[in-house]
Design a binder for this molecule. Structure first.
Ligand SMILES: [Zn+2]
Ligand SMILES: [Zn+2]
Length: 413
Protein backbone atom coordinates (compact mmCIF):
# COMPACT_ATOMS: atom_id res chain seq x y z
CA UNK A 1 0.00 0.00 0.00
CA UNK A 2 2.85 2.36 0.93
CA UNK A 3 4.48 1.55 -2.34
CA UNK A 4 1.25 2.30 -4.23
CA UNK A 5 0.63 5.61 -2.51
CA UNK A 6 4.19 6.60 -3.32
CA UNK A 7 3.32 6.23 -6.98
CA UNK A 8 -0.20 7.60 -6.99
CA UNK A 9 -1.05 10.62 -4.88
CA UNK A 10 -4.54 9.72 -3.67
CA UNK A 11 -5.48 13.31 -2.81
CA UNK A 12 -5.32 14.01 -6.51
CA UNK A 13 -7.84 11.32 -7.48
CA UNK A 14 -10.51 13.91 -8.32
CA UNK A 15 -8.09 14.94 -11.03
CA UNK A 16 -9.09 11.76 -12.91
CA UNK A 17 -11.69 13.90 -14.70
CA UNK A 18 -8.78 15.33 -16.69
CA UNK A 19 -8.76 12.07 -18.67
CA UNK A 20 -12.13 12.95 -20.25
CA UNK A 21 -10.78 15.17 -23.02
CA UNK A 22 -9.61 14.50 -26.56
CA UNK A 23 -5.94 15.24 -25.67
CA UNK A 24 -5.34 12.45 -23.12
CA UNK A 25 -7.59 10.06 -25.09
CA UNK A 26 -5.49 10.51 -28.26
CA UNK A 27 -2.14 10.55 -26.40
CA UNK A 28 -2.91 7.40 -24.41
CA UNK A 29 -4.24 5.63 -27.52
CA UNK A 30 -0.98 6.39 -29.36
CA UNK A 31 1.07 5.10 -26.39
CA UNK A 32 -1.12 1.96 -26.15
CA UNK A 33 -0.98 1.20 -29.91
CA UNK A 34 2.77 1.73 -30.24
CA UNK A 35 3.80 -0.19 -27.12
CA UNK A 36 1.40 -3.11 -27.53
CA UNK A 37 2.24 -3.52 -31.24
CA UNK A 38 5.99 -3.36 -30.48
CA UNK A 39 5.60 -6.02 -27.76
CA UNK A 40 3.40 -8.28 -29.95
CA UNK A 41 5.64 -7.92 -33.03
CA UNK A 42 8.74 -8.73 -30.95
CA UNK A 43 7.51 -11.78 -29.11
CA UNK A 44 5.51 -13.34 -31.92
CA UNK A 45 7.57 -12.59 -35.04
CA UNK A 46 10.79 -10.68 -34.66
CA UNK A 47 12.53 -11.47 -31.38
CA UNK A 48 10.91 -14.35 -29.41
CA UNK A 49 11.29 -14.45 -25.62
CA UNK A 50 13.28 -17.71 -25.63
CA UNK A 51 16.45 -15.85 -26.66
CA UNK A 52 18.50 -13.62 -24.33
CA UNK A 53 18.31 -10.69 -26.75
CA UNK A 54 14.56 -11.18 -27.03
CA UNK A 55 14.13 -11.06 -23.24
CA UNK A 56 16.25 -7.92 -22.89
CA UNK A 57 14.34 -6.32 -25.75
CA UNK A 58 11.04 -7.22 -24.07
CA UNK A 59 12.13 -5.79 -20.69
CA UNK A 60 13.28 -2.59 -22.38
CA UNK A 61 9.95 -2.17 -24.17
CA UNK A 62 8.05 -2.63 -20.89
CA UNK A 63 10.47 -0.20 -19.25
CA UNK A 64 9.82 2.55 -21.80
CA UNK A 65 6.08 2.12 -21.44
CA UNK A 66 6.17 2.30 -17.63
CA UNK A 67 8.51 5.31 -17.53
CA UNK A 68 6.57 7.18 -20.21
CA UNK A 69 3.23 6.58 -18.48
CA UNK A 70 4.70 7.44 -15.05
CA UNK A 71 5.91 10.84 -16.26
CA UNK A 72 2.81 11.44 -18.34
CA UNK A 73 0.38 10.80 -15.47
CA UNK A 74 2.49 12.79 -13.03
CA UNK A 75 2.56 15.73 -15.43
CA UNK A 76 -1.23 15.46 -15.64
CA UNK A 77 -2.19 14.72 -12.03
CA UNK A 78 0.49 16.55 -10.02
CA UNK A 79 -0.34 19.63 -12.08
CA UNK A 80 1.54 22.91 -12.25
CA UNK A 81 0.73 24.19 -8.73
CA UNK A 82 -1.68 27.07 -8.22
CA UNK A 83 -1.32 30.40 -6.47
CA UNK A 84 -3.62 30.31 -3.38
CA UNK A 85 -6.80 32.24 -4.12
CA UNK A 86 -6.92 35.82 -2.77
CA UNK A 87 -3.12 35.71 -2.42
CA UNK A 88 -1.37 38.93 -1.33
CA UNK A 89 2.36 39.64 -1.07
CA UNK A 90 3.65 39.64 2.54
CA UNK A 91 4.64 43.27 2.32
CA UNK A 92 1.48 45.24 1.38
CA UNK A 93 3.51 47.83 -0.55
CA UNK A 94 4.78 45.19 -2.99
CA UNK A 95 1.24 44.84 -4.35
CA UNK A 96 1.88 47.91 -6.54
CA UNK A 97 4.35 45.86 -8.59
CA UNK A 98 1.87 43.07 -9.28
CA UNK A 99 -1.14 42.54 -11.52
CA UNK A 100 -4.44 41.68 -9.88
CA UNK A 101 -6.44 38.66 -11.03
CA UNK A 102 -10.15 39.44 -10.90
CA UNK A 103 -11.11 35.78 -11.28
CA UNK A 104 -8.95 34.49 -8.40
CA UNK A 105 -9.49 37.72 -6.37
CA UNK A 106 -5.79 37.84 -5.63
CA UNK A 107 -2.49 39.23 -6.88
CA UNK A 108 -0.53 37.35 -9.48
CA UNK A 109 2.73 36.26 -7.86
CA UNK A 110 5.88 36.73 -9.96
CA UNK A 111 6.03 34.26 -12.90
CA UNK A 112 2.39 33.18 -12.43
CA UNK A 113 -0.30 33.69 -15.08
CA UNK A 114 -4.01 33.10 -15.09
CA UNK A 115 -5.02 30.11 -17.22
CA UNK A 116 -8.52 30.38 -18.66
CA UNK A 117 -8.80 26.62 -19.15
CA UNK A 118 -7.77 25.76 -15.56
CA UNK A 119 -9.51 28.91 -14.29
CA UNK A 120 -6.72 29.48 -11.74
CA UNK A 121 -3.52 31.46 -11.47
CA UNK A 122 -0.79 28.96 -12.30
CA UNK A 123 2.70 28.99 -10.71
CA UNK A 124 5.49 29.63 -13.25
CA UNK A 125 3.08 28.92 -16.08
CA UNK A 126 4.67 27.65 -19.29
CA UNK A 127 1.58 26.83 -21.35
CA UNK A 128 -1.71 24.97 -21.14
CA UNK A 129 -1.10 21.63 -22.79
CA UNK A 130 -4.18 19.96 -24.33
CA UNK A 131 -2.34 16.61 -24.46
CA UNK A 132 -2.20 16.40 -20.66
CA UNK A 133 -5.36 18.52 -20.33
CA UNK A 134 -3.57 20.57 -17.70
CA UNK A 135 -1.12 23.43 -17.46
CA UNK A 136 2.60 22.86 -17.62
CA UNK A 137 4.14 24.93 -14.83
CA UNK A 138 6.23 24.95 -11.66
CA UNK A 139 5.52 21.52 -10.12
CA UNK A 140 5.17 19.42 -13.28
CA UNK A 141 7.74 21.07 -15.56
CA UNK A 142 10.27 18.29 -14.91
CA UNK A 143 7.76 15.45 -15.37
CA UNK A 144 6.50 17.04 -18.56
CA UNK A 145 9.98 17.53 -20.02
CA UNK A 146 11.07 14.00 -19.00
CA UNK A 147 8.00 12.68 -20.81
CA UNK A 148 9.00 14.69 -23.91
CA UNK A 149 12.48 13.13 -23.64
CA UNK A 150 11.37 9.52 -23.14
CA UNK A 151 8.49 9.35 -25.63
CA UNK A 152 10.71 9.79 -28.74
CA UNK A 153 13.26 7.28 -27.39
CA UNK A 154 10.52 4.68 -26.82
CA UNK A 155 9.09 5.43 -30.25
CA UNK A 156 12.49 5.00 -31.94
CA UNK A 157 12.86 1.59 -30.28
CA UNK A 158 9.33 0.64 -31.35
CA UNK A 159 9.91 1.92 -34.91
CA UNK A 160 13.04 -0.25 -35.12
CA UNK A 161 10.99 -3.31 -34.09
CA UNK A 162 8.23 -2.48 -36.62
CA UNK A 163 10.66 -2.03 -39.50
CA UNK A 164 12.62 -5.18 -38.66
CA UNK A 165 9.45 -7.25 -38.23
CA UNK A 166 8.08 -6.17 -41.60
CA UNK A 167 11.47 -6.58 -43.27
CA UNK A 168 12.16 -10.08 -41.96
CA UNK A 169 8.59 -11.26 -42.49
CA UNK A 170 8.18 -9.88 -45.98
CA UNK A 171 11.69 -10.20 -47.38
CA UNK A 172 11.34 -13.74 -48.66
CA UNK A 173 7.74 -13.37 -49.69
CA UNK A 174 8.00 -10.60 -52.24
CA UNK A 175 9.30 -11.35 -55.69
CA UNK A 176 9.35 -8.67 -58.34
CA UNK A 177 8.52 -9.46 -61.94
CA UNK A 178 8.46 -7.08 -64.89
CA UNK A 179 4.92 -5.98 -64.28
CA UNK A 180 3.84 -7.83 -61.15
CA UNK A 181 4.66 -7.91 -57.46
CA UNK A 182 3.91 -11.34 -56.08
CA UNK A 183 3.40 -12.07 -52.41
CA UNK A 184 4.24 -15.64 -51.42
CA UNK A 185 2.49 -16.28 -48.11
CA UNK A 186 4.10 -19.68 -47.51
CA UNK A 187 7.68 -18.43 -47.06
CA UNK A 188 7.57 -17.29 -43.40
CA UNK A 189 6.01 -20.57 -42.33
CA UNK A 190 8.97 -22.37 -43.79
CA UNK A 191 11.54 -20.09 -42.13
CA UNK A 192 10.11 -19.46 -38.65
CA UNK A 193 7.44 -21.14 -36.62
CA UNK A 194 5.49 -18.31 -35.03
CA UNK A 195 2.19 -18.98 -33.24
CA UNK A 196 0.46 -16.92 -35.89
CA UNK A 197 1.44 -16.19 -39.47
CA UNK A 198 2.28 -12.55 -40.23
CA UNK A 199 -0.91 -11.87 -42.14
CA UNK A 200 -2.30 -8.79 -43.86
CA UNK A 201 -3.98 -7.54 -40.64
CA UNK A 202 -0.72 -7.78 -38.69
CA UNK A 203 1.11 -6.04 -41.54
CA UNK A 204 -1.44 -3.21 -41.67
CA UNK A 205 -1.39 -2.76 -37.87
CA UNK A 206 2.42 -2.70 -37.82
CA UNK A 207 2.57 -0.17 -40.65
CA UNK A 208 -0.01 2.03 -38.89
CA UNK A 209 1.93 1.82 -35.60
CA UNK A 210 5.14 2.69 -37.47
CA UNK A 211 3.48 5.85 -38.81
CA UNK A 212 2.36 6.84 -35.32
CA UNK A 213 5.79 6.12 -33.83
CA UNK A 214 7.67 8.15 -36.46
CA UNK A 215 5.20 11.04 -36.26
CA UNK A 216 5.46 11.12 -32.45
CA UNK A 217 9.26 10.99 -32.57
CA UNK A 218 9.45 14.07 -34.77
CA UNK A 219 6.69 16.12 -33.13
CA UNK A 220 7.49 15.34 -29.49
CA UNK A 221 11.25 15.42 -30.09
CA UNK A 222 10.98 18.98 -31.39
CA UNK A 223 8.95 20.00 -28.33
CA UNK A 224 11.61 18.46 -26.10
CA UNK A 225 14.39 20.56 -27.61
CA UNK A 226 12.29 23.72 -27.30
CA UNK A 227 11.63 22.96 -23.60
CA UNK A 228 15.26 22.09 -22.92
CA UNK A 229 16.47 25.35 -24.45
CA UNK A 230 14.00 27.30 -22.31
CA UNK A 231 14.87 25.40 -19.09
CA UNK A 232 18.63 25.95 -19.61
CA UNK A 233 17.90 29.68 -19.35
CA UNK A 234 15.48 29.17 -16.47
CA UNK A 235 12.65 30.64 -18.53
CA UNK A 236 9.17 29.60 -19.54
CA UNK A 237 7.70 29.86 -23.03
CA UNK A 238 5.62 32.83 -21.83
CA UNK A 239 8.68 34.59 -20.42
CA UNK A 240 10.51 34.19 -23.74
CA UNK A 241 7.63 36.18 -25.22
CA UNK A 242 7.70 38.79 -22.41
CA UNK A 243 11.43 39.31 -22.91
CA UNK A 244 10.90 39.72 -26.64
CA UNK A 245 8.23 42.35 -26.02
CA UNK A 246 10.47 44.11 -23.47
CA UNK A 247 13.17 44.53 -26.11
CA UNK A 248 10.58 45.73 -28.61
CA UNK A 249 9.12 48.24 -26.13
CA UNK A 250 12.54 49.62 -25.17
CA UNK A 251 13.49 49.99 -28.81
CA UNK A 252 10.16 51.60 -29.75
CA UNK A 253 10.32 54.25 -27.03
CA UNK A 254 14.13 54.57 -27.14
CA UNK A 255 14.18 54.59 -23.33
CA UNK A 256 17.76 53.39 -23.11
CA UNK A 257 16.83 50.89 -20.38
CA UNK A 258 18.47 47.51 -20.29
CA UNK A 259 16.20 44.58 -19.57
CA UNK A 260 17.93 41.68 -17.80
CA UNK A 261 15.86 38.54 -17.44
CA UNK A 262 15.93 38.18 -13.63
CA UNK A 263 15.66 34.39 -13.22
CA UNK A 264 18.57 33.36 -15.44
CA UNK A 265 21.21 32.30 -12.90
CA UNK A 266 23.89 32.61 -15.59
CA UNK A 267 24.83 28.92 -15.37
CA UNK A 268 23.07 26.27 -17.41
CA UNK A 269 23.65 23.68 -14.72
CA UNK A 270 22.21 25.94 -11.97
CA UNK A 271 19.22 26.72 -14.18
CA UNK A 272 18.72 23.01 -14.93
CA UNK A 273 18.80 22.18 -11.21
CA UNK A 274 15.97 24.64 -10.55
CA UNK A 275 13.64 22.36 -12.49
CA UNK A 276 15.17 18.89 -12.20
CA UNK A 277 15.88 17.51 -8.72
CA UNK A 278 16.35 13.96 -7.47
CA UNK A 279 13.20 14.15 -5.36
CA UNK A 280 11.11 15.22 -8.36
CA UNK A 281 9.96 18.33 -6.47
CA UNK A 282 11.43 21.45 -8.06
CA UNK A 283 13.37 24.04 -6.04
CA UNK A 284 11.42 26.89 -4.45
CA UNK A 285 7.87 27.50 -3.26
CA UNK A 286 6.50 28.71 -6.60
CA UNK A 287 6.10 32.29 -5.36
CA UNK A 288 9.59 33.57 -4.55
CA UNK A 289 12.46 32.82 -6.90
CA UNK A 290 16.23 32.99 -6.81
CA UNK A 291 17.31 35.90 -8.99
CA UNK A 292 20.24 37.39 -10.84
CA UNK A 293 22.17 39.80 -8.58
CA UNK A 294 21.43 42.79 -10.82
CA UNK A 295 17.66 42.32 -10.43
CA UNK A 296 15.04 42.11 -7.69
CA UNK A 297 11.92 39.98 -7.07
CA UNK A 298 9.70 42.28 -9.11
CA UNK A 299 11.88 43.07 -12.13
CA UNK A 300 9.73 40.93 -14.40
CA UNK A 301 6.33 41.96 -13.01
CA UNK A 302 7.21 45.67 -13.35
CA UNK A 303 8.13 45.04 -16.98
CA UNK A 304 4.80 43.23 -17.44
CA UNK A 305 2.92 46.22 -15.99
CA UNK A 306 4.75 48.56 -18.39
CA UNK A 307 3.85 46.28 -21.30
CA UNK A 308 0.23 46.18 -20.20
CA UNK A 309 0.03 49.99 -20.13
CA UNK A 310 1.77 50.13 -23.48
CA UNK A 311 -0.62 47.62 -25.04
CA UNK A 312 -3.61 49.89 -24.30
CA UNK A 313 -1.85 52.78 -25.99
CA UNK A 314 -0.77 50.78 -29.00
CA UNK A 315 -3.94 48.73 -29.49
CA UNK A 316 -6.25 49.83 -32.28
CA UNK A 317 -9.97 50.50 -32.00
CA UNK A 318 -12.35 48.75 -34.41
CA UNK A 319 -16.12 48.99 -34.89
CA UNK A 320 -18.20 45.92 -35.72
CA UNK A 321 -19.89 46.28 -39.12
CA UNK A 322 -21.14 42.72 -39.58
CA UNK A 323 -22.65 40.28 -37.06
CA UNK A 324 -20.64 37.14 -36.26
CA UNK A 325 -22.05 34.23 -34.26
CA UNK A 326 -18.75 33.14 -32.71
CA UNK A 327 -18.61 29.89 -34.71
CA UNK A 328 -15.24 28.20 -34.77
CA UNK A 329 -15.19 27.56 -38.55
CA UNK A 330 -17.57 30.08 -40.11
CA UNK A 331 -18.10 29.00 -43.72
CA UNK A 332 -20.48 31.95 -44.19
CA UNK A 333 -17.59 34.42 -43.79
CA UNK A 334 -15.96 33.37 -47.03
CA UNK A 335 -13.63 30.56 -47.99
CA UNK A 336 -10.34 32.29 -47.19
CA UNK A 337 -11.53 33.28 -43.70
CA UNK A 338 -12.63 29.69 -43.23
CA UNK A 339 -9.34 28.17 -44.31
CA UNK A 340 -7.14 30.74 -42.59
CA UNK A 341 -8.76 30.49 -39.16
CA UNK A 342 -6.27 30.64 -36.28
CA UNK A 343 -5.13 27.19 -35.11
CA UNK A 344 -5.48 27.76 -31.39
CA UNK A 345 -7.80 26.75 -28.60
CA UNK A 346 -8.34 30.44 -27.79
CA UNK A 347 -12.01 31.41 -27.91
CA UNK A 348 -13.89 33.12 -30.72
CA UNK A 349 -16.14 35.99 -29.66
CA UNK A 350 -19.65 36.83 -30.82
CA UNK A 351 -19.96 40.23 -32.49
CA UNK A 352 -22.99 42.44 -32.92
CA UNK A 353 -23.08 45.42 -35.26
CA UNK A 354 -22.02 48.66 -33.57
CA UNK A 355 -19.84 47.16 -30.84
CA UNK A 356 -16.30 48.46 -30.30
CA UNK A 357 -13.26 46.20 -30.05
CA UNK A 358 -9.67 46.91 -28.96
CA UNK A 359 -7.59 44.71 -31.22
CA UNK A 360 -4.14 43.77 -29.99
CA UNK A 361 -2.97 41.34 -32.64
CA UNK A 362 -4.16 39.61 -35.74
CA UNK A 363 -3.52 38.04 -39.09
CA UNK A 364 -4.71 39.22 -42.48
CA UNK A 365 -8.02 37.39 -42.04
CA UNK A 366 -8.55 37.12 -38.29
CA UNK A 367 -8.07 39.49 -35.35
CA UNK A 368 -7.73 39.08 -31.62
CA UNK A 369 -9.03 41.66 -29.17
CA UNK A 370 -11.05 42.82 -26.20
CA UNK A 371 -14.67 43.89 -26.49
CA UNK A 372 -15.29 47.33 -24.96
CA UNK A 373 -17.96 46.72 -22.30
CA UNK A 374 -20.29 49.00 -20.36
CA UNK A 375 -19.30 50.29 -16.92
CA UNK A 376 -21.32 47.73 -14.98
CA UNK A 377 -19.74 44.78 -16.74
CA UNK A 378 -16.24 46.27 -16.37
CA UNK A 379 -16.79 46.73 -12.62
CA UNK A 380 -17.96 43.14 -12.31
CA UNK A 381 -14.68 42.03 -13.86
CA UNK A 382 -16.24 40.65 -17.05
CA UNK A 383 -13.82 40.40 -19.93
CA UNK A 384 -14.74 39.25 -23.42
CA UNK A 385 -11.64 38.51 -25.40
CA UNK A 386 -10.97 36.34 -28.40
CA UNK A 387 -10.73 35.92 -32.16
CA UNK A 388 -13.09 37.20 -34.83
CA UNK A 389 -12.99 37.49 -38.63
CA UNK A 390 -11.39 40.71 -39.80
CA UNK A 391 -14.12 41.33 -42.38
CA UNK A 392 -16.66 41.88 -39.56
CA UNK A 393 -14.90 45.00 -38.30
CA UNK A 394 -13.76 48.35 -39.59
CA UNK A 395 -11.05 50.61 -38.15
CA UNK A 396 -12.54 53.49 -36.14
CA UNK A 397 -11.84 56.75 -37.89
CA UNK A 398 -11.90 58.80 -34.69
CA UNK A 399 -8.87 56.84 -33.57
CA UNK A 400 -6.86 60.08 -33.35
CA UNK A 401 -7.26 60.35 -29.54
CA UNK A 402 -5.54 57.04 -29.27
CA UNK A 403 -2.78 57.99 -31.66
CA UNK A 404 -2.13 61.30 -29.88
CA UNK A 405 -1.78 59.44 -26.62
CA UNK A 406 0.75 57.15 -28.25
CA UNK A 407 2.88 59.96 -29.66
CA UNK A 408 2.73 61.96 -26.42
CA UNK A 409 3.82 58.94 -24.48
CA UNK A 410 6.73 58.57 -26.85
CA UNK A 411 7.74 62.21 -26.34
CA UNK A 412 7.51 61.88 -22.55
CA UNK A 413 9.98 59.03 -22.42
ZN1 LIG B 1 -6.26 33.95 -11.70
ZN1 LIG C 1 -4.25 25.55 -17.78
Amino acid sequence: MNFLSAIIVFENLHELRRLCHWGPVVALTVIAVCSSMAILDSIIWYWPLDTTGGSINFIMLINWTVLILYNYFNAMFVGPGYIPSAWKPENQRDAMYLQFCRVCHGYKAPRSHHCRKCNRCVMKMDHHCPWINNCCGHLNHAYFTTFLFLAPLGCIHAAFIFIMTMYTQLYDRISFGWSTVKLDMSAPRRLHYPIMPFGVAAFAATLFALGLALGTTIAVGMLFFIQLKVIMRNKTSIEVWIEEKAKDRIQYYQTGEEFIFPYDLCSRWENFKQVFTWSGVPAGNGIEWPINEKCHQYTLTIEQLKQKADKRVRSVQYRVVEDYNGACCPIRMGLITFFRMPCTEEPRIKLTKGEIIFATRGTKWWMYGDKVLDEEQTKAGVRIRGWFPRRCVEKCLYDSANNTAASEEKKDK
